[in-house]
Write a protein that binds this ligand. Structure first.
Ligand code: HSE
Length: 430
Protein backbone atom coordinates (compact mmCIF):
# COMPACT_ATOMS: atom_id res chain seq x y z
CA UNK A 1 0.00 0.00 0.00
CA UNK A 2 1.34 3.40 -1.00
CA UNK A 3 1.56 5.88 1.81
CA UNK A 4 1.36 9.67 1.74
CA UNK A 5 2.36 11.93 4.60
CA UNK A 6 0.57 15.16 5.32
CA UNK A 7 1.21 17.90 7.87
CA UNK A 8 -1.48 19.88 9.63
CA UNK A 9 -0.85 23.52 10.46
CA UNK A 10 -3.14 24.10 13.44
CA UNK A 11 -5.11 21.61 15.51
CA UNK A 12 -8.34 23.38 16.38
CA UNK A 13 -11.82 22.17 15.50
CA UNK A 14 -11.17 21.50 11.83
CA UNK A 15 -7.79 19.85 12.48
CA UNK A 16 -9.47 17.52 14.96
CA UNK A 17 -12.17 16.81 12.40
CA UNK A 18 -9.53 15.84 9.83
CA UNK A 19 -7.84 13.54 12.37
CA UNK A 20 -11.18 11.87 13.21
CA UNK A 21 -12.21 11.40 9.57
CA UNK A 22 -8.84 9.90 8.59
CA UNK A 23 -9.33 7.38 11.40
CA UNK A 24 -13.04 6.63 11.10
CA UNK A 25 -13.07 6.30 7.28
CA UNK A 26 -9.56 4.98 6.73
CA UNK A 27 -10.57 1.91 4.68
CA UNK A 28 -12.81 3.90 2.36
CA UNK A 29 -10.12 6.55 1.91
CA UNK A 30 -7.52 3.93 0.97
CA UNK A 31 -9.91 2.44 -1.61
CA UNK A 32 -10.88 5.82 -3.00
CA UNK A 33 -7.48 7.48 -3.12
CA UNK A 34 -5.12 4.53 -3.53
CA UNK A 35 -3.07 5.82 -0.59
CA UNK A 36 -2.83 5.36 3.12
CA UNK A 37 -2.99 8.96 4.34
CA UNK A 38 -0.81 9.49 7.39
CA UNK A 39 -0.42 12.61 9.47
CA UNK A 40 3.34 13.16 9.77
CA UNK A 41 3.44 16.40 11.76
CA UNK A 42 1.06 18.84 13.43
CA UNK A 43 2.08 22.45 13.97
CA UNK A 44 0.67 23.88 17.21
CA UNK A 45 1.38 26.88 19.41
CA UNK A 46 1.49 25.27 22.84
CA UNK A 47 3.01 21.80 23.17
CA UNK A 48 1.75 21.42 26.76
CA UNK A 49 -1.90 22.17 26.07
CA UNK A 50 -4.20 19.29 27.09
CA UNK A 51 -5.84 17.70 24.01
CA UNK A 52 -8.86 15.45 24.11
CA UNK A 53 -7.75 13.18 21.24
CA UNK A 54 -5.28 10.37 21.53
CA UNK A 55 -2.63 11.85 19.22
CA UNK A 56 0.97 10.61 19.66
CA UNK A 57 2.95 13.43 21.27
CA UNK A 58 5.83 13.09 18.82
CA UNK A 59 3.61 14.35 15.97
CA UNK A 60 3.33 17.80 17.53
CA UNK A 61 5.80 20.56 16.82
CA UNK A 62 5.88 24.28 17.44
CA UNK A 63 8.43 24.84 14.70
CA UNK A 64 7.32 25.24 11.06
CA UNK A 65 10.89 24.40 9.94
CA UNK A 66 10.28 20.80 11.10
CA UNK A 67 7.58 20.58 8.43
CA UNK A 68 9.04 22.55 5.56
CA UNK A 69 12.39 20.72 5.87
CA UNK A 70 10.76 17.28 5.98
CA UNK A 71 10.90 15.87 2.45
CA UNK A 72 8.64 12.96 3.39
CA UNK A 73 5.71 15.39 3.76
CA UNK A 74 3.88 15.77 0.46
CA UNK A 75 0.84 17.83 1.44
CA UNK A 76 0.49 20.74 3.86
CA UNK A 77 -2.99 21.30 5.26
CA UNK A 78 -3.27 24.85 6.55
CA UNK A 79 -5.92 25.21 9.27
CA UNK A 80 -4.53 28.08 11.32
CA UNK A 81 -6.82 30.81 9.97
CA UNK A 82 -5.89 34.49 9.61
CA UNK A 83 -3.63 35.93 6.95
CA UNK A 84 -0.15 35.75 8.43
CA UNK A 85 1.74 33.56 9.00
CA UNK A 86 -0.70 31.22 7.23
CA UNK A 87 -0.11 32.72 3.74
CA UNK A 88 3.65 32.80 4.21
CA UNK A 89 3.67 29.14 5.29
CA UNK A 90 1.56 28.13 2.27
CA UNK A 91 3.87 30.03 -0.13
CA UNK A 92 6.94 28.47 1.48
CA UNK A 93 5.31 25.06 1.17
CA UNK A 94 4.57 25.56 -2.53
CA UNK A 95 8.15 26.62 -3.18
CA UNK A 96 9.28 23.35 -1.60
CA UNK A 97 6.94 21.50 -4.02
CA UNK A 98 4.39 20.56 -1.40
CA UNK A 99 0.73 20.51 -2.39
CA UNK A 100 -1.49 22.72 -0.26
CA UNK A 101 -4.99 22.37 1.16
CA UNK A 102 -6.54 25.16 3.21
CA UNK A 103 -9.88 26.09 4.74
CA UNK A 104 -8.82 29.69 5.28
CA UNK A 105 -11.38 32.09 3.76
CA UNK A 106 -9.52 35.20 4.84
CA UNK A 107 -6.31 34.06 3.16
CA UNK A 108 -8.07 33.06 -0.08
CA UNK A 109 -10.22 36.19 -0.25
CA UNK A 110 -7.29 38.54 0.27
CA UNK A 111 -4.25 36.66 -1.10
CA UNK A 112 -5.87 34.06 -3.35
CA UNK A 113 -4.31 35.43 -6.53
CA UNK A 114 -0.76 35.27 -5.21
CA UNK A 115 -1.37 31.79 -3.86
CA UNK A 116 -2.87 30.54 -7.14
CA UNK A 117 -0.14 32.15 -9.21
CA UNK A 118 2.58 30.61 -7.04
CA UNK A 119 0.96 27.17 -7.12
CA UNK A 120 0.93 27.34 -10.94
CA UNK A 121 4.54 28.51 -11.12
CA UNK A 122 5.66 25.78 -8.75
CA UNK A 123 3.52 23.07 -10.39
CA UNK A 124 1.77 22.10 -7.17
CA UNK A 125 -1.90 21.61 -6.42
CA UNK A 126 -3.85 24.03 -4.26
CA UNK A 127 -7.35 23.32 -2.98
CA UNK A 128 -9.60 25.27 -0.61
CA UNK A 129 -13.04 23.65 -0.54
CA UNK A 130 -13.39 24.19 3.22
CA UNK A 131 -13.00 27.97 2.90
CA UNK A 132 -16.64 28.57 1.91
CA UNK A 133 -19.70 27.04 3.54
CA UNK A 134 -17.88 24.23 5.40
CA UNK A 135 -19.11 20.85 4.22
CA UNK A 136 -21.05 22.11 1.16
CA UNK A 137 -19.10 21.21 -2.01
CA UNK A 138 -19.67 24.58 -3.66
CA UNK A 139 -16.09 25.23 -4.80
CA UNK A 140 -15.68 21.90 -6.57
CA UNK A 141 -19.27 22.40 -7.73
CA UNK A 142 -18.44 25.69 -9.44
CA UNK A 143 -15.02 24.63 -10.72
CA UNK A 144 -15.82 21.16 -11.94
CA UNK A 145 -19.42 20.07 -12.20
CA UNK A 146 -20.84 23.46 -13.24
CA UNK A 147 -17.97 24.52 -15.46
CA UNK A 148 -20.21 24.23 -18.54
CA UNK A 149 -22.39 27.10 -17.34
CA UNK A 150 -22.35 30.84 -17.42
CA UNK A 151 -23.46 31.64 -13.89
CA UNK A 152 -26.04 34.41 -13.75
CA UNK A 153 -26.50 34.81 -10.02
CA UNK A 154 -25.41 33.32 -6.73
CA UNK A 155 -27.42 33.98 -3.59
CA UNK A 156 -26.38 32.39 -0.34
CA UNK A 157 -26.83 32.05 3.37
CA UNK A 158 -23.14 31.68 4.05
CA UNK A 159 -22.88 32.44 7.74
CA UNK A 160 -24.31 29.93 10.19
CA UNK A 161 -24.08 32.11 13.30
CA UNK A 162 -26.25 34.90 11.89
CA UNK A 163 -28.66 32.39 10.42
CA UNK A 164 -29.01 30.81 13.86
CA UNK A 165 -29.62 34.24 15.45
CA UNK A 166 -32.22 35.29 12.86
CA UNK A 167 -33.95 31.90 13.12
CA UNK A 168 -34.24 32.24 16.91
CA UNK A 169 -35.50 35.84 16.61
CA UNK A 170 -38.13 34.68 14.10
CA UNK A 171 -39.26 31.49 15.81
CA UNK A 172 -39.04 32.57 19.45
CA UNK A 173 -39.77 36.29 18.95
CA UNK A 174 -36.71 37.25 21.01
CA UNK A 175 -34.37 40.22 20.59
CA UNK A 176 -31.08 40.21 18.71
CA UNK A 177 -29.20 40.44 22.03
CA UNK A 178 -31.03 37.43 23.51
CA UNK A 179 -30.52 35.36 20.36
CA UNK A 180 -26.82 36.28 20.24
CA UNK A 181 -26.42 35.17 23.87
CA UNK A 182 -27.99 31.81 22.95
CA UNK A 183 -25.69 31.47 19.94
CA UNK A 184 -22.71 32.13 22.20
CA UNK A 185 -23.92 29.55 24.73
CA UNK A 186 -24.22 26.96 21.93
CA UNK A 187 -20.70 27.74 20.72
CA UNK A 188 -21.82 29.14 17.33
CA UNK A 189 -20.95 32.76 18.05
CA UNK A 190 -17.60 33.75 19.45
CA UNK A 191 -17.08 35.90 22.58
CA UNK A 192 -16.38 38.76 20.15
CA UNK A 193 -19.10 38.15 17.56
CA UNK A 194 -18.15 41.08 15.28
CA UNK A 195 -16.87 39.02 12.36
CA UNK A 196 -20.13 37.07 12.08
CA UNK A 197 -22.81 39.59 13.08
CA UNK A 198 -21.30 42.47 11.15
CA UNK A 199 -20.95 40.16 8.14
CA UNK A 200 -17.17 40.33 7.60
CA UNK A 201 -17.09 36.51 7.55
CA UNK A 202 -19.79 36.41 4.85
CA UNK A 203 -17.94 39.05 2.79
CA UNK A 204 -14.79 36.87 2.61
CA UNK A 205 -16.87 33.91 1.47
CA UNK A 206 -18.80 35.96 -1.08
CA UNK A 207 -15.53 37.31 -2.45
CA UNK A 208 -14.30 33.76 -3.13
CA UNK A 209 -17.62 32.69 -4.68
CA UNK A 210 -17.73 35.78 -6.93
CA UNK A 211 -14.27 35.26 -8.29
CA UNK A 212 -14.92 31.56 -8.98
CA UNK A 213 -18.38 31.91 -10.46
CA UNK A 214 -17.65 35.01 -12.54
CA UNK A 215 -13.98 34.48 -13.50
CA UNK A 216 -12.83 37.76 -12.07
CA UNK A 217 -10.58 39.29 -9.46
CA UNK A 218 -12.65 40.67 -6.61
CA UNK A 219 -11.41 42.83 -3.79
CA UNK A 220 -13.17 42.33 -0.44
CA UNK A 221 -13.42 46.12 -0.22
CA UNK A 222 -15.67 46.23 -3.28
CA UNK A 223 -18.38 44.21 -1.52
CA UNK A 224 -21.20 46.16 0.13
CA UNK A 225 -21.63 44.96 3.72
CA UNK A 226 -24.31 45.37 6.36
CA UNK A 227 -24.64 43.15 9.43
CA UNK A 228 -27.72 41.97 11.30
CA UNK A 229 -27.34 44.03 14.49
CA UNK A 230 -30.08 46.48 13.53
CA UNK A 231 -32.75 43.87 12.75
CA UNK A 232 -35.49 44.19 15.36
CA UNK A 233 -38.25 41.70 16.26
CA UNK A 234 -40.75 44.26 14.91
CA UNK A 235 -39.07 44.14 11.46
CA UNK A 236 -39.34 40.36 11.50
CA UNK A 237 -43.03 40.70 12.41
CA UNK A 238 -43.71 43.18 9.59
CA UNK A 239 -41.80 40.93 7.19
CA UNK A 240 -44.09 38.06 8.19
CA UNK A 241 -47.19 40.21 7.57
CA UNK A 242 -45.93 40.99 4.08
CA UNK A 243 -45.11 37.31 3.39
CA UNK A 244 -41.33 37.50 3.88
CA UNK A 245 -38.61 36.05 6.11
CA UNK A 246 -35.45 38.02 6.96
CA UNK A 247 -32.14 36.32 6.12
CA UNK A 248 -28.56 37.58 5.90
CA UNK A 249 -27.87 37.00 2.22
CA UNK A 250 -24.73 37.20 0.16
CA UNK A 251 -25.80 38.28 -3.32
CA UNK A 252 -23.88 38.22 -6.61
CA UNK A 253 -25.64 39.14 -9.85
CA UNK A 254 -24.22 39.88 -13.26
CA UNK A 255 -26.07 42.26 -15.56
CA UNK A 256 -24.55 43.59 -18.80
CA UNK A 257 -21.08 42.54 -17.71
CA UNK A 258 -21.33 44.36 -14.36
CA UNK A 259 -21.41 42.66 -10.98
CA UNK A 260 -23.50 43.42 -7.93
CA UNK A 261 -21.77 42.20 -4.80
CA UNK A 262 -23.56 42.72 -1.50
CA UNK A 263 -24.13 41.14 1.89
CA UNK A 264 -27.02 42.46 3.97
CA UNK A 265 -30.19 41.45 5.80
CA UNK A 266 -32.78 40.73 3.13
CA UNK A 267 -36.48 39.94 3.02
CA UNK A 268 -37.10 36.80 0.96
CA UNK A 269 -40.49 35.31 0.08
CA UNK A 270 -41.56 32.91 2.83
CA UNK A 271 -42.16 30.14 0.30
CA UNK A 272 -38.68 30.30 -1.27
CA UNK A 273 -36.35 27.43 -0.23
CA UNK A 274 -33.80 29.93 1.15
CA UNK A 275 -36.42 31.25 3.59
CA UNK A 276 -36.67 27.76 5.03
CA UNK A 277 -32.96 27.29 5.69
CA UNK A 278 -32.89 27.54 9.46
CA UNK A 279 -30.63 27.31 12.50
CA UNK A 280 -26.93 27.25 11.69
CA UNK A 281 -27.39 25.68 8.25
CA UNK A 282 -25.96 27.31 5.12
CA UNK A 283 -27.39 27.22 1.61
CA UNK A 284 -26.28 28.52 -1.75
CA UNK A 285 -28.75 29.08 -4.51
CA UNK A 286 -27.50 29.73 -8.02
CA UNK A 287 -28.69 30.12 -11.59
CA UNK A 288 -26.63 28.72 -14.43
CA UNK A 289 -27.55 29.30 -18.08
CA UNK A 290 -27.50 25.54 -18.71
CA UNK A 291 -28.33 23.91 -15.39
CA UNK A 292 -31.05 26.41 -14.39
CA UNK A 293 -31.78 26.85 -10.67
CA UNK A 294 -29.73 24.86 -8.21
CA UNK A 295 -29.49 24.88 -4.44
CA UNK A 296 -26.79 23.48 -2.15
CA UNK A 297 -27.74 22.99 1.50
CA UNK A 298 -25.79 21.75 4.48
CA UNK A 299 -23.55 22.45 7.43
CA UNK A 300 -21.40 25.53 6.90
CA UNK A 301 -19.07 24.94 9.83
CA UNK A 302 -18.08 22.39 12.46
CA UNK A 303 -15.21 19.96 12.82
CA UNK A 304 -16.59 17.06 10.78
CA UNK A 305 -18.40 19.04 8.02
CA UNK A 306 -15.38 21.27 7.32
CA UNK A 307 -13.09 18.28 7.90
CA UNK A 308 -15.07 16.48 5.19
CA UNK A 309 -14.23 19.27 2.70
CA UNK A 310 -10.55 19.25 3.70
CA UNK A 311 -10.12 15.48 3.46
CA UNK A 312 -11.98 15.56 0.12
CA UNK A 313 -9.34 18.03 -1.13
CA UNK A 314 -6.52 15.77 0.07
CA UNK A 315 -8.05 12.89 -1.91
CA UNK A 316 -8.43 15.14 -4.99
CA UNK A 317 -4.69 15.82 -4.83
CA UNK A 318 -3.90 12.12 -4.52
CA UNK A 319 -6.16 11.26 -7.45
CA UNK A 320 -4.58 13.94 -9.65
CA UNK A 321 -0.99 13.34 -8.59
CA UNK A 322 -0.08 11.01 -11.40
CA UNK A 323 -2.49 12.20 -14.06
CA UNK A 324 -1.28 15.80 -14.26
CA UNK A 325 -4.87 16.61 -15.13
CA UNK A 326 -5.08 19.27 -12.48
CA UNK A 327 -5.95 22.78 -13.53
CA UNK A 328 -6.01 25.17 -10.64
CA UNK A 329 -9.34 26.70 -9.89
CA UNK A 330 -9.86 30.47 -9.77
CA UNK A 331 -9.57 31.55 -13.35
CA UNK A 332 -9.64 35.08 -12.10
CA UNK A 333 -7.35 36.94 -14.39
CA UNK A 334 -9.38 40.01 -15.26
CA UNK A 335 -11.48 42.57 -13.52
CA UNK A 336 -15.22 43.02 -13.97
CA UNK A 337 -16.84 46.33 -13.15
CA UNK A 338 -18.50 46.24 -9.74
CA UNK A 339 -21.68 48.28 -9.44
CA UNK A 340 -21.76 50.96 -6.79
CA UNK A 341 -24.51 50.18 -4.26
CA UNK A 342 -26.31 53.39 -5.37
CA UNK A 343 -26.76 51.80 -8.82
CA UNK A 344 -28.32 48.60 -7.46
CA UNK A 345 -32.06 48.15 -8.09
CA UNK A 346 -34.19 46.58 -5.39
CA UNK A 347 -37.49 46.73 -3.62
CA UNK A 348 -37.26 48.21 -0.13
CA UNK A 349 -38.92 47.94 3.27
CA UNK A 350 -38.64 51.26 5.10
CA UNK A 351 -39.81 51.70 8.71
CA UNK A 352 -40.10 55.24 9.99
CA UNK A 353 -41.32 56.58 13.35
CA UNK A 354 -43.35 59.76 12.85
CA UNK A 355 -45.46 62.21 14.80
CA UNK A 356 -49.08 61.30 14.16
CA UNK A 357 -50.45 64.56 12.78
CA UNK A 358 -52.13 65.71 9.58
CA UNK A 359 -49.96 65.90 6.49
CA UNK A 360 -47.01 63.74 7.63
CA UNK A 361 -47.84 60.76 5.44
CA UNK A 362 -48.49 63.13 2.53
CA UNK A 363 -45.14 64.88 2.97
CA UNK A 364 -43.19 61.64 3.07
CA UNK A 365 -45.09 60.16 0.12
CA UNK A 366 -44.45 63.28 -1.90
CA UNK A 367 -40.68 63.03 -1.20
CA UNK A 368 -40.70 59.45 -2.46
CA UNK A 369 -42.64 60.57 -5.54
CA UNK A 370 -40.18 63.39 -6.31
CA UNK A 371 -37.31 60.91 -6.22
CA UNK A 372 -39.00 58.44 -8.52
CA UNK A 373 -39.69 55.92 -5.74
CA UNK A 374 -43.02 54.22 -6.29
CA UNK A 375 -44.81 52.88 -3.19
CA UNK A 376 -46.29 49.39 -3.39
CA UNK A 377 -47.88 49.45 0.04
CA UNK A 378 -47.91 51.42 3.27
CA UNK A 379 -49.17 50.64 6.73
CA UNK A 380 -49.42 52.76 9.84
CA UNK A 381 -49.53 51.20 13.28
CA UNK A 382 -49.83 52.95 16.60
CA UNK A 383 -52.14 53.48 19.52
CA UNK A 384 -53.29 57.04 18.97
CA UNK A 385 -50.15 58.12 20.74
CA UNK A 386 -47.89 60.88 19.61
CA UNK A 387 -45.48 58.59 17.76
CA UNK A 388 -46.52 55.91 15.30
CA UNK A 389 -44.77 53.51 12.92
CA UNK A 390 -45.09 54.01 9.18
CA UNK A 391 -43.95 51.12 7.05
CA UNK A 392 -43.44 51.46 3.30
CA UNK A 393 -42.77 48.75 0.76
CA UNK A 394 -41.51 50.19 -2.51
CA UNK A 395 -41.53 48.95 -6.07
CA UNK A 396 -38.14 48.16 -7.55
CA UNK A 397 -36.04 51.33 -7.63
CA UNK A 398 -32.44 52.52 -7.60
CA UNK A 399 -30.79 52.58 -4.18
CA UNK A 400 -29.60 56.09 -5.03
CA UNK A 401 -33.26 57.23 -5.21
CA UNK A 402 -33.95 55.70 -1.80
CA UNK A 403 -30.92 57.42 -0.28
CA UNK A 404 -31.95 60.80 -1.70
CA UNK A 405 -35.46 60.33 -0.30
CA UNK A 406 -34.16 59.32 3.12
CA UNK A 407 -31.94 62.41 3.24
CA UNK A 408 -34.96 64.62 2.54
CA UNK A 409 -37.18 62.81 5.08
CA UNK A 410 -34.53 63.25 7.76
CA UNK A 411 -34.50 66.98 7.00
CA UNK A 412 -38.24 67.37 7.67
CA UNK A 413 -39.14 69.50 10.71
CA UNK A 414 -40.89 66.81 12.70
CA UNK A 415 -37.75 64.77 13.44
CA UNK A 416 -39.01 61.63 11.73
CA UNK A 417 -36.75 58.73 12.69
CA UNK A 418 -35.67 56.22 10.05
CA UNK A 419 -35.73 53.03 12.10
CA UNK A 420 -34.72 50.52 9.44
CA UNK A 421 -34.34 49.96 5.71
CA UNK A 422 -34.22 46.37 4.51
CA UNK A 423 -33.82 45.29 0.89
CA UNK A 424 -36.33 42.82 -0.55
CA UNK A 425 -35.39 40.09 -3.06
CA UNK A 426 -38.47 38.63 -4.68
CA UNK A 427 -36.71 35.39 -5.52
CA UNK A 428 -38.49 32.78 -7.57
CA UNK A 429 -37.57 29.28 -8.75
CA UNK A 430 -37.49 28.44 -12.47
N1 HSE B 1 -18.35 31.60 11.82
C1 HSE B 1 -18.75 31.01 10.60
C2 HSE B 1 -20.26 30.86 10.58
C3 HSE B 1 -18.16 29.66 10.34
O1 HSE B 1 -20.93 31.17 11.55
O2 HSE B 1 -20.78 30.45 9.55
C4 HSE B 1 -16.76 29.73 9.83
O3 HSE B 1 -16.70 30.42 8.62
Amino acid sequence: MREVKIALLGFGNVGKGVWKILNMNSEELIKRSGYHIKIGKILIRDINKARDLDVPKELFTTNFEDIIEDDSIDIIVELMGGIEPAVDYMLQGMKRKKHIVTANKMAIATKGNTLIKTSREEGVMFYFEGSVAGGIPIIHGLNDNLVANKIEEVIGIINGTTNYILTKMTQEKISFEQALAEAQKKGYAEADPTSDVEAFDAVYKLCILASLAFDTIVSVNSIYREGINNVKPIDIEYAREFGYVIKLLGIIKETNGELELRVHPTMVPAEHPLANVNDSFNAIFLKGNAVGDLMFYGRGAGELPTGSAVVGDIVSILRNKEKSSYYPCLKNEGYKKIKDIEEVKCEYYIRITVKDKPGVLGEISSIFGKNNVSILSVIQKGKREELVSLVFITHSTLEGNINKSIGMIKALNDSEKIENIIRIENLGMD
